[in-house]
Design a protein around this ligand. Structure first.
Ligand code: FE
Length: 225
């Protein structure tokens, strides 16, 4: 028996994993799978989906950066790095960032600390690649509170991206039956991918989610409190 509720007891932080691809473009994505694996020497690991542009960049260069997100991170920032793809988006266009001595970007906003990592081992998993490596730079950025996955789900009301290691398909249905609004209730639409809610009677056909970029077919009707 595998009861998916057991996985809910696991704790995670939320991180932006950054890299520079073979064309010199800055890429990055959100991950909850970053962790320290040894202290002497200081080593860490992160697991990323094989389809991510960031994964391909790290495979090519053997280096990645980590920004530890703070509770100041909003859905616009998380949506940009977590739900859009670096393949066709410049995710750094509207964010405040700097670069480490390896040339890897790290965020200066909504940021608690940053790490720069040189990969020493890659582990090929069915859907993900785990990058284990040496920490070559580490620095606190602010005194803000680190963002946990629990805070993201319960306070920011964010959803789990399908490529995350902790994604559980049956908990993220895209075809939930829409609740019927009460006669005096306000009507809105919720993005089933990222959780974004817009208050509107009907969505225009060309509507796209400002957070994750999907079309109106991903939205479900909800009653607003
Ligand atoms: Fe969305």
């Amino acid at each position: 028996m595998i009861d998916s509720k057991a996985f809910h007891s696991l704790s995670y932080g939320l991180y932006v994993v950054t890299a520079v691809d073979s064309d010199g473009r800055l890429v990055g994505c959100v991950a909850n799978s970053f962790q320290q694996v040894t202290s002497t020497p200081p080593m860490v690991s992160v697991s990323l989906n094989k389809e991510n542009a960031t994964t391909k960049a790290i495979l090519a260069t053997g280096e990645y950066g980590i920004t530890v997100l703070s509770t100041d991170a909003d859905m616009e920032l998380i949506g940009c790095f977590g739900f859009q793809t670096s393949a066709d988006t410049d995710k750094y266009q509207n964010v405040d960032y700097s670069k480490c001595s390896l040339g890897l970007p790290y965020l200066m906003e909504a940021s608690v600390a940053r790490f720069s990592v040189k990969v020493t081992q890659t582990v090929d998993l069915p859907t993900h690649i785990m990058f284990i490596g040496d920490v070559v730079e580490a620095e606190p950025i602010s005194d803000a509170t680190p963002l946990t996955y629990d805070y993201y789900h319960n306070v920011i009301k964010g959803k789990t991206p399908p490529k995350a290691v902790s994604y559980i398909a049956e908990e993220n249905p895209s075809n939930e039956k829409a609740p019927e609004p009460s006669s005096d209730g306000r009507i809105g639409w919720r993005c089933t991918l990222c959780g974004y809610i817009v208050e509107m009677e009907e969505l225009p056909d060309d509507f796209t989610c400002p957070i994750c970029g999907v079309g109106k077919e991903f939205f479900e009707k909800v009653t607003l409190d």
